[in-house]
Design a binder for this molecule. Structure first.
Ligand SMILES: Nc1ncnc2c1ncn2[C@@H]1O[C@H](COP(=O)(O)OP(=O)(O)OP(=O)(O)O)[C@@H](O)[C@H]1O
Ligand SMILES: [Mg+2]
Length: 459
Protein backbone atom coordinates (compact mmCIF):
# COMPACT_ATOMS: atom_id res chain seq x y z
CA UNK A 1 0.00 0.00 0.00
CA UNK A 2 1.34 3.44 -0.90
CA UNK A 3 2.07 6.09 1.66
CA UNK A 4 -0.82 8.26 0.44
CA UNK A 5 -3.28 5.40 0.77
CA UNK A 6 -1.96 4.81 4.28
CA UNK A 7 -2.46 8.49 5.11
CA UNK A 8 -5.99 8.40 3.66
CA UNK A 9 -6.87 5.44 5.86
CA UNK A 10 -5.58 7.16 8.98
CA UNK A 11 -8.79 9.10 9.86
CA UNK A 12 -10.92 5.98 9.32
CA UNK A 13 -8.68 4.07 11.69
CA UNK A 14 -8.84 6.71 14.37
CA UNK A 15 -12.65 6.85 14.06
CA UNK A 16 -12.77 3.09 14.39
CA UNK A 17 -10.54 3.19 17.47
CA UNK A 18 -12.66 5.92 19.02
CA UNK A 19 -15.84 3.96 18.30
CA UNK A 20 -14.36 0.81 19.79
CA UNK A 21 -13.32 2.74 22.88
CA UNK A 22 -16.80 4.25 23.14
CA UNK A 23 -18.57 0.88 22.87
CA UNK A 24 -16.17 -0.63 25.39
CA UNK A 25 -16.82 2.27 27.76
CA UNK A 26 -20.55 1.79 27.27
CA UNK A 27 -20.13 -1.93 27.97
CA UNK A 28 -18.31 -1.10 31.21
CA UNK A 29 -21.10 1.27 32.23
CA UNK A 30 -23.90 -1.16 31.39
CA UNK A 31 -24.96 -3.44 34.23
CA UNK A 32 -23.50 -6.91 33.88
CA UNK A 33 -26.58 -9.01 34.74
CA UNK A 34 -28.94 -10.29 32.05
CA UNK A 35 -31.91 -9.12 34.10
CA UNK A 36 -30.82 -5.50 34.34
CA UNK A 37 -29.70 -5.46 30.72
CA UNK A 38 -33.02 -6.80 29.41
CA UNK A 39 -34.85 -4.25 31.53
CA UNK A 40 -32.82 -1.45 30.00
CA UNK A 41 -33.40 -2.80 26.50
CA UNK A 42 -37.17 -2.80 27.08
CA UNK A 43 -37.55 0.35 29.15
CA UNK A 44 -35.01 2.69 27.52
CA UNK A 45 -36.84 3.00 24.14
CA UNK A 46 -40.19 3.49 25.88
CA UNK A 47 -38.87 6.23 28.13
CA UNK A 48 -37.10 7.85 25.18
CA UNK A 49 -40.27 7.77 23.11
CA UNK A 50 -42.35 9.20 25.92
CA UNK A 51 -39.82 11.94 26.58
CA UNK A 52 -39.83 12.83 22.91
CA UNK A 53 -43.61 12.88 22.73
CA UNK A 54 -43.80 14.96 25.89
CA UNK A 55 -41.27 17.41 24.54
CA UNK A 56 -43.04 17.84 21.22
CA UNK A 57 -46.38 18.14 23.00
CA UNK A 58 -45.07 20.79 25.38
CA UNK A 59 -43.33 22.74 22.68
CA UNK A 60 -46.06 22.71 20.10
CA UNK A 61 -49.47 21.89 21.32
CA UNK A 62 -49.46 23.00 24.91
CA UNK A 63 -47.71 26.28 24.30
CA UNK A 64 -50.01 27.12 21.42
CA UNK A 65 -53.16 26.33 23.33
CA UNK A 66 -52.00 28.33 26.32
CA UNK A 67 -51.08 31.25 24.07
CA UNK A 68 -54.51 31.20 22.46
CA UNK A 69 -56.33 30.95 25.75
CA UNK A 70 -54.30 33.85 27.18
CA UNK A 71 -54.95 35.90 24.05
CA UNK A 72 -58.69 35.29 24.36
CA UNK A 73 -58.80 36.44 28.00
CA UNK A 74 -56.63 39.44 27.24
CA UNK A 75 -58.97 40.34 24.35
CA UNK A 76 -61.90 40.23 26.77
CA UNK A 77 -60.04 42.47 29.20
CA UNK A 78 -59.16 44.83 26.35
CA UNK A 79 -62.83 45.05 25.45
CA UNK A 80 -63.71 45.88 29.07
CA UNK A 81 -60.98 48.54 29.15
CA UNK A 82 -62.29 50.09 25.92
CA UNK A 83 -65.86 50.12 27.22
CA UNK A 84 -64.79 51.68 30.51
CA UNK A 85 -62.85 54.36 28.73
CA UNK A 86 -65.76 55.13 26.43
CA UNK A 87 -68.32 55.18 29.28
CA UNK A 88 -66.62 56.71 32.29
CA UNK A 89 -69.90 57.28 34.26
CA UNK A 90 -70.28 55.47 37.59
CA UNK A 91 -73.54 53.73 36.60
CA UNK A 92 -71.91 52.58 33.36
CA UNK A 93 -68.91 51.22 35.23
CA UNK A 94 -71.17 49.19 37.46
CA UNK A 95 -73.10 47.84 34.48
CA UNK A 96 -69.90 46.94 32.61
CA UNK A 97 -68.45 45.13 35.67
CA UNK A 98 -71.65 43.14 36.00
CA UNK A 99 -71.63 42.11 32.35
CA UNK A 100 -67.94 41.21 32.55
CA UNK A 101 -68.63 38.94 35.50
CA UNK A 102 -71.70 37.34 34.01
CA UNK A 103 -70.71 36.98 30.39
CA UNK A 104 -66.89 36.88 30.40
CA UNK A 105 -66.22 35.24 33.75
CA UNK A 106 -63.98 38.12 34.82
CA UNK A 107 -64.13 39.70 38.25
CA UNK A 108 -63.52 43.35 37.47
CA UNK A 109 -63.09 46.15 40.03
CA UNK A 110 -62.05 49.77 39.68
CA UNK A 111 -59.49 50.97 42.24
CA UNK A 112 -58.43 54.53 42.96
CA UNK A 113 -55.36 55.70 41.02
CA UNK A 114 -51.92 54.98 42.48
CA UNK A 115 -48.69 53.18 41.73
CA UNK A 116 -48.79 49.49 40.68
CA UNK A 117 -47.41 46.97 43.19
CA UNK A 118 -43.80 45.85 42.67
CA UNK A 119 -43.35 42.96 40.22
CA UNK A 120 -44.00 39.58 41.85
CA UNK A 121 -41.24 36.94 41.60
CA UNK A 122 -41.56 35.04 38.35
CA UNK A 123 -42.50 31.37 38.63
CA UNK A 124 -39.86 28.90 37.51
CA UNK A 125 -42.07 27.34 34.89
CA UNK A 126 -43.46 30.60 33.58
CA UNK A 127 -45.14 29.66 30.34
CA UNK A 128 -48.41 31.26 31.44
CA UNK A 129 -46.75 34.41 32.73
CA UNK A 130 -44.78 34.88 29.55
CA UNK A 131 -47.73 34.34 27.23
CA UNK A 132 -50.01 36.50 29.25
CA UNK A 133 -47.63 39.42 29.55
CA UNK A 134 -46.90 39.31 25.84
CA UNK A 135 -50.61 39.39 24.97
CA UNK A 136 -51.24 42.24 27.44
CA UNK A 137 -48.52 44.39 25.89
CA UNK A 138 -49.77 43.69 22.40
CA UNK A 139 -53.48 44.17 23.02
CA UNK A 140 -53.70 46.92 25.64
CA UNK A 141 -50.34 48.65 25.65
CA UNK A 142 -50.74 50.22 29.09
CA UNK A 143 -48.68 49.72 32.23
CA UNK A 144 -49.77 46.52 33.97
CA UNK A 145 -48.99 44.13 36.77
CA UNK A 146 -49.69 40.40 36.70
CA UNK A 147 -49.62 37.78 39.44
CA UNK A 148 -50.02 34.23 38.16
CA UNK A 149 -48.74 32.54 41.32
CA UNK A 150 -50.28 34.23 44.33
CA UNK A 151 -53.63 32.45 44.40
CA UNK A 152 -53.83 28.91 43.33
CA UNK A 153 -56.73 29.00 40.90
CA UNK A 154 -56.98 32.72 40.10
CA UNK A 155 -54.68 35.11 38.35
CA UNK A 156 -54.71 38.79 39.12
CA UNK A 157 -54.14 41.54 36.59
CA UNK A 158 -53.88 45.28 37.33
CA UNK A 159 -53.89 47.82 34.53
CA UNK A 160 -53.12 51.46 34.98
CA UNK A 161 -55.70 53.57 33.16
CA UNK A 162 -55.62 57.38 32.91
CA UNK A 163 -57.50 58.15 36.12
CA UNK A 164 -57.91 54.81 37.83
CA UNK A 165 -56.56 51.29 38.20
CA UNK A 166 -58.48 48.37 36.84
CA UNK A 167 -58.15 45.14 38.77
CA UNK A 168 -59.25 41.88 37.11
CA UNK A 169 -59.38 38.37 38.54
CA UNK A 170 -59.55 35.63 35.92
CA UNK A 171 -59.77 31.91 36.59
CA UNK A 172 -56.49 30.20 35.95
CA UNK A 173 -58.27 27.50 33.95
CA UNK A 174 -59.50 30.19 31.57
CA UNK A 175 -56.00 31.10 30.54
CA UNK A 176 -54.02 27.94 30.81
CA UNK A 177 -54.12 24.49 29.19
CA UNK A 178 -54.13 22.68 32.48
CA UNK A 179 -54.64 19.16 31.09
CA UNK A 180 -50.87 18.91 30.44
CA UNK A 181 -50.33 17.83 34.04
CA UNK A 182 -52.81 15.03 33.56
CA UNK A 183 -50.99 14.10 30.38
CA UNK A 184 -47.63 13.92 32.13
CA UNK A 185 -49.01 11.95 35.08
CA UNK A 186 -50.54 9.47 32.68
CA UNK A 187 -47.27 9.10 30.89
CA UNK A 188 -45.21 8.57 34.04
CA UNK A 189 -47.92 6.29 35.43
CA UNK A 190 -48.04 4.07 32.36
CA UNK A 191 -44.24 3.95 32.26
CA UNK A 192 -44.19 2.73 35.87
CA UNK A 193 -46.88 0.12 35.19
CA UNK A 194 -44.89 -1.03 32.17
CA UNK A 195 -41.74 -1.26 34.27
CA UNK A 196 -43.53 -3.33 36.91
CA UNK A 197 -44.92 -5.73 34.30
CA UNK A 198 -41.51 -6.00 32.63
CA UNK A 199 -39.83 -6.77 35.97
CA UNK A 200 -42.31 -9.53 36.80
CA UNK A 201 -42.14 -11.17 33.38
CA UNK A 202 -38.40 -10.83 32.98
CA UNK A 203 -37.70 -12.29 36.40
CA UNK A 204 -39.66 -15.38 35.40
CA UNK A 205 -37.68 -15.65 32.18
CA UNK A 206 -34.29 -15.16 33.80
CA UNK A 207 -34.80 -17.62 36.64
CA UNK A 208 -34.54 -20.78 34.46
CA UNK A 209 -31.39 -19.40 32.80
CA UNK A 210 -29.80 -18.84 36.20
CA UNK A 211 -30.82 -22.31 37.35
CA UNK A 212 -29.27 -23.83 34.20
CA UNK A 213 -26.09 -21.79 34.68
CA UNK A 214 -25.78 -23.07 38.26
CA UNK A 215 -26.40 -26.65 37.17
CA UNK A 216 -23.77 -26.47 34.40
CA UNK A 217 -21.32 -24.90 36.83
CA UNK A 218 -21.95 -27.63 39.43
CA UNK A 219 -21.64 -30.38 36.84
CA UNK A 220 -18.37 -28.88 35.58
CA UNK A 221 -17.01 -28.87 39.11
CA UNK A 222 -18.08 -32.46 39.65
CA UNK A 223 -20.77 -31.65 42.21
CA UNK A 224 -24.05 -33.50 42.37
CA UNK A 225 -26.70 -31.93 40.12
CA UNK A 226 -30.33 -32.36 40.99
CA UNK A 227 -32.81 -33.10 38.24
CA UNK A 228 -34.94 -30.10 37.42
CA UNK A 229 -37.70 -29.70 34.83
CA UNK A 230 -37.15 -27.47 31.78
CA UNK A 231 -38.87 -24.10 32.29
CA UNK A 232 -39.07 -20.71 30.61
CA UNK A 233 -38.78 -19.73 26.95
CA UNK A 234 -38.46 -22.38 24.23
CA UNK A 235 -34.73 -21.76 23.73
CA UNK A 236 -34.01 -22.03 27.44
CA UNK A 237 -36.01 -25.26 27.63
CA UNK A 238 -34.06 -26.63 24.68
CA UNK A 239 -30.78 -25.73 26.41
CA UNK A 240 -31.95 -27.40 29.63
CA UNK A 241 -32.97 -30.58 27.81
CA UNK A 242 -29.65 -30.60 25.92
CA UNK A 243 -27.79 -30.18 29.21
CA UNK A 244 -29.63 -33.12 30.79
CA UNK A 245 -28.93 -35.30 27.75
CA UNK A 246 -25.26 -34.35 27.79
CA UNK A 247 -24.97 -35.04 31.49
CA UNK A 248 -26.52 -38.47 31.07
CA UNK A 249 -24.21 -39.33 28.19
CA UNK A 250 -21.12 -38.20 30.10
CA UNK A 251 -22.19 -40.12 33.20
CA UNK A 252 -22.87 -43.24 31.14
CA UNK A 253 -19.51 -43.02 29.43
CA UNK A 254 -17.64 -42.66 32.68
CA UNK A 255 -19.53 -45.61 34.09
CA UNK A 256 -18.73 -47.76 31.06
CA UNK A 257 -15.05 -46.86 31.19
CA UNK A 258 -14.85 -47.67 34.86
CA UNK A 259 -16.68 -50.96 34.48
CA UNK A 260 -14.55 -52.07 31.57
CA UNK A 261 -11.28 -51.27 33.30
CA UNK A 262 -12.43 -52.87 36.51
CA UNK A 263 -13.31 -56.01 34.55
CA UNK A 264 -10.00 -56.12 32.69
CA UNK A 265 -7.90 -55.57 35.77
CA UNK A 266 -9.90 -58.11 37.73
CA UNK A 267 -9.20 -60.71 35.06
CA UNK A 268 -5.53 -59.78 34.90
CA UNK A 269 -5.24 -59.87 38.65
CA UNK A 270 -6.61 -63.39 38.71
CA UNK A 271 -3.95 -64.48 36.24
CA UNK A 272 -1.27 -62.70 38.24
CA UNK A 273 -2.36 -64.48 41.41
CA UNK A 274 -2.12 -67.81 39.58
CA UNK A 275 1.36 -66.83 38.41
CA UNK A 276 2.44 -66.14 41.98
CA UNK A 277 1.16 -69.48 43.14
CA UNK A 278 2.97 -71.33 40.39
CA UNK A 279 6.17 -69.40 41.14
CA UNK A 280 5.88 -70.46 44.77
CA UNK A 281 5.62 -74.09 43.69
CA UNK A 282 8.67 -74.14 41.40
CA UNK A 283 10.73 -72.15 43.84
CA UNK A 284 13.62 -74.57 44.39
CA UNK A 285 14.18 -75.55 40.78
CA UNK A 286 15.27 -72.17 39.29
CA UNK A 287 15.95 -68.63 40.53
CA UNK A 288 12.50 -67.06 40.53
CA UNK A 289 13.32 -63.78 42.30
CA UNK A 290 13.35 -61.60 39.10
CA UNK A 291 10.10 -63.18 37.99
CA UNK A 292 8.53 -62.44 41.37
CA UNK A 293 9.65 -58.82 41.13
CA UNK A 294 8.09 -58.52 37.67
CA UNK A 295 4.84 -59.90 38.97
CA UNK A 296 4.87 -57.39 41.84
CA UNK A 297 5.56 -54.52 39.43
CA UNK A 298 2.76 -55.64 37.19
CA UNK A 299 0.46 -55.77 40.18
CA UNK A 300 1.37 -52.22 41.19
CA UNK A 301 0.84 -50.94 37.66
CA UNK A 302 -2.50 -52.61 37.57
CA UNK A 303 -3.45 -50.80 40.76
CA UNK A 304 -2.34 -47.55 39.12
CA UNK A 305 -4.48 -48.13 36.03
CA UNK A 306 -7.41 -48.97 38.21
CA UNK A 307 -7.02 -45.78 40.22
CA UNK A 308 -6.81 -43.82 36.98
CA UNK A 309 -9.88 -45.48 35.51
CA UNK A 310 -11.84 -45.10 38.70
CA UNK A 311 -11.04 -41.42 38.78
CA UNK A 312 -12.93 -40.00 41.69
CA UNK A 313 -16.29 -41.03 40.37
CA UNK A 314 -18.81 -41.63 43.08
CA UNK A 315 -17.06 -39.60 45.75
CA UNK A 316 -19.03 -36.69 47.16
CA UNK A 317 -17.58 -33.25 47.77
CA UNK A 318 -17.46 -32.28 51.44
CA UNK A 319 -15.86 -29.59 53.58
CA UNK A 320 -12.31 -30.77 54.17
CA UNK A 321 -9.42 -29.36 56.18
CA UNK A 322 -6.82 -28.91 53.46
CA UNK A 323 -4.25 -27.57 55.92
CA UNK A 324 -4.26 -30.92 57.74
CA UNK A 325 -4.12 -32.75 54.41
CA UNK A 326 -1.00 -30.81 53.35
CA UNK A 327 0.67 -31.48 56.72
CA UNK A 328 0.02 -35.24 56.34
CA UNK A 329 1.59 -35.19 52.88
CA UNK A 330 4.53 -33.20 54.21
CA UNK A 331 5.08 -35.75 56.98
CA UNK A 332 5.13 -38.60 54.46
CA UNK A 333 7.72 -36.76 52.38
CA UNK A 334 9.78 -36.15 55.54
CA UNK A 335 9.71 -39.87 56.40
CA UNK A 336 11.31 -40.64 53.02
CA UNK A 337 14.20 -38.35 54.01
CA UNK A 338 13.27 -35.13 52.20
CA UNK A 339 13.62 -31.68 53.64
CA UNK A 340 9.99 -30.54 53.54
CA UNK A 341 8.31 -27.19 54.17
CA UNK A 342 4.52 -26.94 54.52
CA UNK A 343 2.50 -23.73 54.87
CA UNK A 344 -1.09 -22.65 54.47
CA UNK A 345 -2.83 -19.27 54.41
CA UNK A 346 -6.55 -18.49 54.38
CA UNK A 347 -9.54 -20.54 55.52
CA UNK A 348 -8.37 -24.19 55.60
CA UNK A 349 -11.88 -25.65 55.18
CA UNK A 350 -12.56 -26.18 51.48
CA UNK A 351 -15.24 -28.20 49.67
CA UNK A 352 -13.41 -30.94 47.75
CA UNK A 353 -13.57 -34.68 47.27
CA UNK A 354 -11.15 -35.59 50.05
CA UNK A 355 -9.78 -38.87 48.68
CA UNK A 356 -9.49 -37.70 45.09
CA UNK A 357 -7.91 -34.41 46.05
CA UNK A 358 -5.45 -36.10 48.35
CA UNK A 359 -4.53 -38.58 45.62
CA UNK A 360 -3.90 -35.67 43.28
CA UNK A 361 -1.58 -33.87 45.71
CA UNK A 362 0.06 -37.14 46.75
CA UNK A 363 1.07 -37.82 43.13
CA UNK A 364 2.62 -34.36 42.90
CA UNK A 365 4.50 -34.68 46.18
CA UNK A 366 5.73 -38.16 45.14
CA UNK A 367 7.04 -36.70 41.89
CA UNK A 368 8.76 -33.88 43.77
CA UNK A 369 10.38 -36.42 46.11
CA UNK A 370 11.43 -38.62 43.21
CA UNK A 371 13.19 -35.75 41.40
CA UNK A 372 14.34 -33.43 44.20
CA UNK A 373 15.81 -33.33 47.68
CA UNK A 374 13.96 -30.34 49.05
CA UNK A 375 10.17 -30.11 48.77
CA UNK A 376 7.80 -27.22 49.59
CA UNK A 377 4.03 -27.52 49.75
CA UNK A 378 2.17 -24.20 49.98
CA UNK A 379 -1.62 -23.75 50.18
CA UNK A 380 -3.37 -20.41 49.60
CA UNK A 381 -7.12 -20.00 49.90
CA UNK A 382 -8.31 -16.54 48.78
CA UNK A 383 -10.71 -14.80 46.38
CA UNK A 384 -12.80 -17.95 45.93
CA UNK A 385 -9.88 -20.15 44.82
CA UNK A 386 -7.67 -22.71 46.51
CA UNK A 387 -4.16 -22.93 45.06
CA UNK A 388 -1.60 -25.50 46.16
CA UNK A 389 2.00 -25.12 44.99
CA UNK A 390 4.29 -28.17 45.09
CA UNK A 391 7.92 -27.07 44.58
CA UNK A 392 11.12 -29.08 44.38
CA UNK A 393 14.79 -28.44 43.67
CA UNK A 394 15.14 -31.15 41.00
CA UNK A 395 15.94 -30.76 37.31
CA UNK A 396 12.45 -29.44 36.42
CA UNK A 397 10.74 -30.13 33.10
CA UNK A 398 11.81 -28.38 29.87
CA UNK A 399 9.21 -25.99 28.50
CA UNK A 400 8.51 -28.12 25.38
CA UNK A 401 7.75 -31.20 27.47
CA UNK A 402 5.30 -29.56 29.86
CA UNK A 403 2.13 -30.59 27.98
CA UNK A 404 3.37 -34.08 27.13
CA UNK A 405 3.95 -35.09 30.74
CA UNK A 406 0.19 -34.90 31.34
CA UNK A 407 -0.49 -37.61 28.75
CA UNK A 408 -1.25 -41.01 30.27
CA UNK A 409 1.78 -43.35 30.37
CA UNK A 410 4.19 -40.59 29.38
CA UNK A 411 7.49 -40.79 31.28
CA UNK A 412 10.59 -38.64 30.88
CA UNK A 413 13.87 -40.46 30.15
CA UNK A 414 15.37 -39.33 33.40
CA UNK A 415 12.42 -40.66 35.35
CA UNK A 416 12.95 -44.11 33.84
CA UNK A 417 16.56 -44.03 35.02
CA UNK A 418 15.64 -42.98 38.53
CA UNK A 419 12.84 -45.42 39.09
CA UNK A 420 11.55 -48.11 36.81
CA UNK A 421 8.34 -48.84 38.61
CA UNK A 422 6.53 -45.61 37.58
CA UNK A 423 3.67 -45.88 35.13
CA UNK A 424 3.51 -42.31 33.86
CA UNK A 425 -0.02 -41.89 35.15
CA UNK A 426 0.64 -39.65 38.17
CA UNK A 427 0.20 -36.29 36.46
CA UNK A 428 -2.70 -37.51 34.28
CA UNK A 429 -4.58 -38.59 37.37
CA UNK A 430 -3.73 -35.36 39.17
CA UNK A 431 -4.98 -33.23 36.27
CA UNK A 432 -8.12 -35.36 35.98
CA UNK A 433 -8.91 -34.76 39.63
CA UNK A 434 -8.19 -31.03 39.41
CA UNK A 435 -10.39 -30.65 36.33
CA UNK A 436 -13.22 -32.65 37.86
CA UNK A 437 -13.16 -30.04 40.65
CA UNK A 438 -13.54 -27.32 38.00
CA UNK A 439 -9.87 -26.33 38.25
CA UNK A 440 -6.58 -27.20 36.56
CA UNK A 441 -2.85 -27.83 36.98
CA UNK A 442 0.03 -25.68 35.69
CA UNK A 443 3.75 -26.35 35.49
CA UNK A 444 6.32 -23.59 36.04
CA UNK A 445 9.86 -22.94 37.13
CA UNK A 446 10.11 -23.20 40.92
CA UNK A 447 11.83 -20.64 43.13
CA UNK A 448 13.61 -23.69 44.63
CA UNK A 449 15.20 -24.33 41.23
CA UNK A 450 13.19 -27.33 40.08
CA UNK A 451 9.58 -27.76 39.07
CA UNK A 452 6.63 -25.83 40.47
CA UNK A 453 3.27 -27.56 40.07
CA UNK A 454 0.24 -25.35 40.84
CA UNK A 455 -3.16 -26.88 41.44
CA UNK A 456 -5.99 -24.33 41.39
CA UNK A 457 -9.61 -25.20 42.14
CA UNK A 458 -12.58 -22.93 42.79
CA UNK A 459 -13.47 -23.06 46.48
N1 LIG B 1 8.84 -32.85 39.96
C1 LIG B 1 9.30 -33.24 38.76
N2 LIG B 1 10.52 -32.90 38.32
C2 LIG B 1 10.95 -33.29 37.11
N3 LIG B 1 10.24 -34.05 36.26
C3 LIG B 1 9.02 -34.44 36.64
C4 LIG B 1 8.47 -34.05 37.89
N4 LIG B 1 7.21 -34.56 38.00
C5 LIG B 1 6.99 -35.23 36.85
N5 LIG B 1 8.07 -35.18 36.03
C6 LIG B 1 8.19 -35.77 34.69
O1 LIG B 1 6.89 -36.00 34.21
C7 LIG B 1 6.72 -37.37 33.88
C8 LIG B 1 5.30 -37.81 34.13
O2 LIG B 1 5.03 -37.80 35.52
P1 LIG B 1 3.94 -38.73 36.14
O3 LIG B 1 3.80 -38.41 37.56
O4 LIG B 1 2.75 -38.66 35.27
O5 LIG B 1 4.54 -40.17 35.94
P2 LIG B 1 5.70 -40.85 36.77
O6 LIG B 1 6.00 -40.07 37.98
O7 LIG B 1 6.81 -41.11 35.84
O8 LIG B 1 5.02 -42.23 37.16
P3 LIG B 1 3.94 -42.50 38.33
O9 LIG B 1 3.58 -41.14 38.86
O10 LIG B 1 2.82 -43.17 37.65
O11 LIG B 1 4.63 -43.36 39.31
C9 LIG B 1 7.71 -38.07 34.72
O12 LIG B 1 8.09 -39.27 34.13
C10 LIG B 1 8.86 -37.11 34.75
O13 LIG B 1 9.68 -37.23 33.60
MG1 LIG C 1 4.49 -39.50 39.28
Amino acid sequence: MTATAQAALQPIRSIRTAWRRFTRGLGDLMPKGLFARSLIIIIAPVVLLQALVAFVFMEEHWQQVTARLSAAVVADIAAVVDLLELNPGEADTEEITRIARRRLGLNVAVLPPGPLPPAAPKPFFDLLDRNFSRALIKEIGKPFWVDTVGRSNLIEIRIQLDDKILRVFARRSQTYASNSLIFISWMVGTALVLLAIAIIFLRNQIRPILRLAHAVDDFGKGRAVEDFPPRGAREVRAATVAFHDMRERVDRQIEQRTEMLAGVSHDLRTILTRFRLQLALIEDKIDVEPLKKDVDDMNRMLEGYLAFARGDAGEETMPTDVDVMLRDLGNEARITGHETLVSFSGDPIVKVRPQGFKRCLMNLVKNACRHGKRVAVTGIHEHGFLTVFVDDDGPGIPYEEREDVFKPFYRGDQARNIDESGTGLGLSIARDVARSHGGDIRLDQSPLGGLRVSVTVPA
